[in-house]
Design a protein around this ligand. Structure first.
Ligand code: ZN
Length: 345
């Protein structure tokens, strides 16, 4: 089969010919139709310090996918061959306290496909049946291929009750933009999305027209809050930028007793102004991955009930032209880039 893999410890990914994965008794084999390129894949492409320390070589990358089940392991029940699906890319153990409590996403032994296990940028993927998410007919493959990052957005946005609240989102990458769409769907009042990249803010305005975008190099958040009539500040913050400045601005702009969900990953150790957080009585929650499987349930329900994130996909590219997809991602001006595998026979 054709696959995209990291085969040497240097910048790039390479098209390889690999054997079709063998599945175990509890696995399924999925024929891949569409995949999304993630920021994680860019780290692996660039072979930065994180990737070099984390990813064994050779590794087929990619973890955002939609496809079709073509083979079932001996012990798999309840999933038919031919089932369209996406899947949770975090593979977990069943022995930890959290797993045994049903909080699978908090298992400390999580391993990621495309990072620690062979991934989805390939014609075929082996996945535990436990991780399979069947796709309803009204959710197309290309949306199935971005459910992983949409799930990050949903998990973060639904961390706190958004109904009627004023929400500040820092970072207008694809996940920040999708979080704005989710916040709108979940009934927030004002949604303000900040970044320093005007291309991304323009895309955000295109995906969620009712969001107030703010380029913080040009406008002050306090002026925007005033313009919107927020007397005391934003109620909820969703931090998606991983930037210290973004977090500082968020803490400053929040009400007393505000709440922050943190998805963005700051580089190294960041100097946080904790006293401000204490004196403002702010609650902070770290968010990792998606809740297994409540986030998936809510996300699919919202997609079936009018949540539309399709315009966040800005590039649809043949898998063999993956170079162009990665170049678009690295330009910092793209939304989601989806690779099409359906013409690989
Ligand atoms: Zn991802």
């Amino acid at each position: 089969m054709m696959a995209l893999a990291k085969t040497k410890p240097e910048e790039g990914l390479w098209k390889i010919e690999a054997p079709i994965p063998e599945i175990g008794p509890d696995d399924v084999l999925i024929r891949i139709r569409k995949t999304g390129i993630c920021g994680t894949d860019i780290h692996i492409w660039n072979w930065d310090d994180w990737a070099a320390a984390t990813v064994p070589i050779p590794m087929i990358t990619g973890h955002e996918f939609a496809g079709e089940i073509v083979e079932l392991g001996r012990d798999v029940t309840g999933l038919p061959v031919g089932q369209r699906c996406s899947g949770e890319g975090h593979l977990i153990g069943q022995d930890s306290r959290q797993s045994r409590a049903g909080k699978f996403h908090l298992d400390p032994g999580t391993r990621g496909i495309g990072v620690n296990e062979q991934g989805a940028f390939a014609q075929y993927l082996r996945l535990p049946a436990f991780n399979v998410i069947p796709l309803p007919d009204d959710i197309p493959d290309e949306i199935g291929a971005i459910l992983d990052p949409l799930g990050n957005a949903v998990h973060t946005a639904l961390s706190f009750d958004l109904l009627g609240e004023d929400v500040l989102i820092t970072g207008a990458g694809p996940i920040g933009i999708m979080a704005a769409a989710v916040a709108r769907h979940a009934g927030a009042r004002n949604i303000v999305l900040t970044d320093i990249n005007s291309d991304r803010l323009a895309l955000a305005g295109h995906v969620v027209p009712s969001v107030r975008t703010v380029n913080v190099t040009e406008e002050h958040l306090s002026d925007v809050a005033h313009e919107l009539g927020l007397r005391e500040g934003f109620d909820i913050g969703l931090e998606m930028s991983g930037s210290q400045t973004g977090l500082d601005q968020m803490v400053e702009a929040l009400v007393m007793g505000g709440k922050i969900a943190l998805l963005g990953i700051p580089p190294g150790q960041s100097p946080v102004n904790w006293s401000k957080i204490v004196f403002k009585a702010i609650t902070i929650k770290g968010v990792y991955g998606r809740e297994m499987f409540e986030t998936w349930y809510k996300m699919i329900a919202m997609l079936q009930n009018g949540l539309d994130v399709s315009r966040v996909i800005t590039h649809r590219i043949e898998a063999t032209d993956f170079h162009h997809g990665f170049a678009a991602m690295k330009s910092g001006r793209s939304g989601k880039v989806v690779l099409d595998w359906t013409r690989q026979a």
